[in-house]
Design a protein around this ligand. Structure first.
Ligand code: HSE
Length: 311
């Protein structure tokens, strides 16, 4: 038998990265959720406890809780003959745009997988976590759970059949995450998106997305940042974060290589070259935009991270 109890850290993630809506994702070093899972004899999943940031807003119904639904999906896929009792400690605020439900889903799936006698391949773990996101957040997107499980930079080559690719991002890639005190629900933020795009916009996005991947391959943080441009999704969501454009300009003026709206928002993300700056000026500049408008913020100066890990 494998171990009967595990605890994992599951990181916040950046999704979209501007030009790669529902495709690109990047694991962060911090913040992260903690998910603990313990084998039980009954073939079901129970959520024993949820603590931490926004815990009171999260359901303990295992089918609607992203960690619970993801763990169950792994157990069912592996035809496991046991169940799990799960505890969650939220280090990532819900409705943040940095993959809060995705981190819990990834942590639940990853922890369940560690408890299997014959673990599933990581791509299947990602798939199970994405199915849980669908059950709990209403859409099947894997650009948060992908990097949360696998770490580094990931891209979804196709959803049907499901295929995800990963690579290590450049070591010099720094990230400033600024989270204003505004809540954005992903389900609602997907309703404002256009369902059709014109050919010129498509060409613009493909050009930028391709250049971003080339930047990752070359280790060129400037090219990555310059390619985080999106003229389809971000403009539709900009009204959900009233000072987004001003904050992005402030980040660029303070030395950011690129900026974008984290996932469905409201987090503002700025990336920077760690050989040029430590990111603190960027953090100060973006925070000032919100604080001068009476909106409190949390912020992190961090880097790309490893994905789920046992702690
Ligand atoms: N790609 C998804 C979206 C991520 O932008 O809706 C949600 O966090």
């Amino acid at each position: 038998m494998a171990v009967d109890k595990v605890k994992v850290a599951s990181p916040a993630t950046l999704s979209n990265l501007g030009s790669g809506f529902d495709v690109f994702g990047l694991a962060l070093d911090e913040p992260y959720d903690e998910v603990e899972a313990r084998r039980i004899d009954e073939r079901r999943v129970i959520i024993e406890r949820i603590d931490g940031w926004g815990a009171k807003s999260i359901t303990t119904d295992p089918l609607r809780n992203s960690a619970g639904a993801a763990a169950l999906a792994v157990l069912q896929r592996a035809k496991a003959d046991f169940g799990l009792a799960i505890s969650i400690k939220k280090g990532i605020r819900p409705c943040s745009g940095i993959g809060s439900s995705g981190a819990s889903a990834a942590g639940g799936a990853y922890a369940a997988n560690l408890l299997l006698d014959q673990p599933l391949p990581l791509e299947e773990v990602v798939y199970c976590a994405a199915k849980a996101e669908e059950a709990t957040a209403g859409s099947f997107h894997a650009d948060n759970v992908g990097p949360a499980v696998m770490g580094g930079f990931t891209l979804i080559k196709s959803y049907r059949p499901f295929r995800i690719l990963r690579m290590d991002p450049p070591a010099d890639l720094g990230v400033v995450v600024t989270m204003p005190d505004i809540l954005v629900n992903t389900k609602e933020a997907r309703k404002v998106l256009p369902q059709q795009v014109d050919l010129k916009s498509m060409v613009f996005e493909i050009g930028n997305a391709s250049a971003l991947v080339l930047g990752m391959c070359r280790g060129d943080v400037g090219l990555i940042g310059d390619s985080m441009q999106d003229i389809i999704v971000e403009p539709a969501r900009a009204p959900l974060n009233p000072h987004l454009r001003e904050a992005q300009q402030a980040a660029r003026d303070a030395g950011a290589s690129g900026t974008f709206l984290g996932g469905s928002g409201p987090c503002v993300i700025a990336i920077f070259d760690r050989t040029q700056t430590d990111g603190r000026d960027i953090e100060r500049a973006v925070r000032a935009v919100y604080e001068n408008n009476g909106i409190k913020c949390n912020s992190w100066v961090t880097s790309a991270g490893l994905g789920c890990r046992r702690i």
